[in-house]
Design a protein around this ligand. Structure first.
Ligand SMILES: Cc1cc2nc3c(=O)[nH]c(=O)nc-3n(C[C@H](O)[C@H](O)[C@H](O)COP(=O)(O)OP(=O)(O)OC[C@H]3O[C@@H](n4cnc5c(N)ncnc54)[C@H](O)[C@@H]3O)c2cc1C
Ligand code: FES
Length: 256
């Protein structure tokens, strides 16, 4: 983990409230692994409002540039979304444990619920660069929430699941995931804890040891293991999300 100053090379608005920030950050681009994140200062130089840094994944890497896909939620993200090209950003990272893929793997299934797709984007890039067959299935409740598929590497197959098609059919991860699971050698989930547990209950394959991991997102205060505010109860005892996560084996997840 280290502190980086990165120059914002581009701030592209993809749609209202959704931005792609492109940062000149060569050392971070070298160091970060899929599933790790950075804590970004979201305040003017000399100001401490908001006081706490905000966590963000690196969405994708091109050469020495790291991209962040930014969804505006509150004050910190709104401030970041207003940064013009040329602005300097202050980042702490990479933090946490990323996705751990088994060594012998040829097919990888990524499953996202809404904006949970940000947990998986860099993994999709790296896995397809390594020649894995990668499929991303994303469930959204409304069509505009879908992932801008142009951001994915061409090799990644992208399937959108939504009940918002006016067809009266309820298509959800629970109803469509069976076929995808029998194809996959491993599964990475960017879904809520409740959905992850529901899927695990429903699909026997997701209960296989070492087969599935999940990203657990929770507002983080320090990101460095100091405040102890992010403890997650698991079947193997408490774990700090910021340090031992945010990626966990699906097997050890328990009801909150
Ligand atoms: C490990 C990690 C990686 C993340 N990566 C990204 C990313 O790549 N891109 C991105 O846009 N966002 C990401 N987020 C979410 C992002 O950090 C929050 O949206 C941001 O901190 C909100 O700050 P704010 O000041 O804008 O809003 P605040 O005013 O702090 O909060 C606004 C609302 O958002 C809620 N909120 C804050 N954090 C979360 C969270 N983690 N999950 C659910 N609700 C939350 C608050 O409870 C509040 O209701 C990530 C979160 C985590 C934990
Ligand atoms: S966020 Fe402070 S210990 Fe995890």
């Amino acid at each position: 983990m280290r502190l980086y100053r990165a120059t914002l090379a581009e701030n592209r608005t993809l749609r209202r409230g959704l931005h792609l920030l492109e940062l000149e950050a060569p050392a971070l681009a070298q160091a970060v692994r899929p599933g790790q994140y950075c804590m970004v200062r979201c305040a003017e130089e000399g100001s401490f409002d908001p006081l706490l840094r905000r966590p963000f994944f690196v969405h994708s890497i091109e050469g020495e540039r790291c991209r962040i896909l930014l969804q505006v939620r509150g004050r910190g993200t709104a401030w970041l979304a207003r940064r013009p090209a040329g602005a300097e950003l202050d980042l702490l990272g990479p933090l946490g444990q990323g996705w751990r893929l088994p060594s012998r793997l040829s097919t990888l299934l990524l499953v996202a619920e809404g904006f949970g797709v940000v947990t998986l984007a860099l993994l999709a890039q790296r896995a397809s660069e390594q020649g894995l067959a990668v499929t991303l299935v994303q469930e959204v409740t409304q069509l505009p929430e879908g992932y801008p598929a142009a951001l994915l590497p061409e090799e990644v197959e992208y399937h959108l699941v939504t009940s918002d098609g006016g067809t009266g059919q309820q298509r959800t991860l629970l109803t469509v995931l069976g076929d995808y699971l029998s194809w996959a050698d491993a599964v990475c989930l960017g879904v809520s804890r409740e959905t992850a547990l529901q899927l695990r209950r429903h699909f026997e394959r997701l209960r296989r040891p070492g087969f599935a991991q999940v990203a657990v997102l929770h507002p983080l205060v320090c990101g460095t293991g100091t405040c102890l505010a992010c403890a997650l109860e698991t079947s193997r005892g408490p774990r700090l999300i910021c340090q031992e996560g945010p990626i966990f084996d699906l097997q050890i997840l328990t009801q909150g």
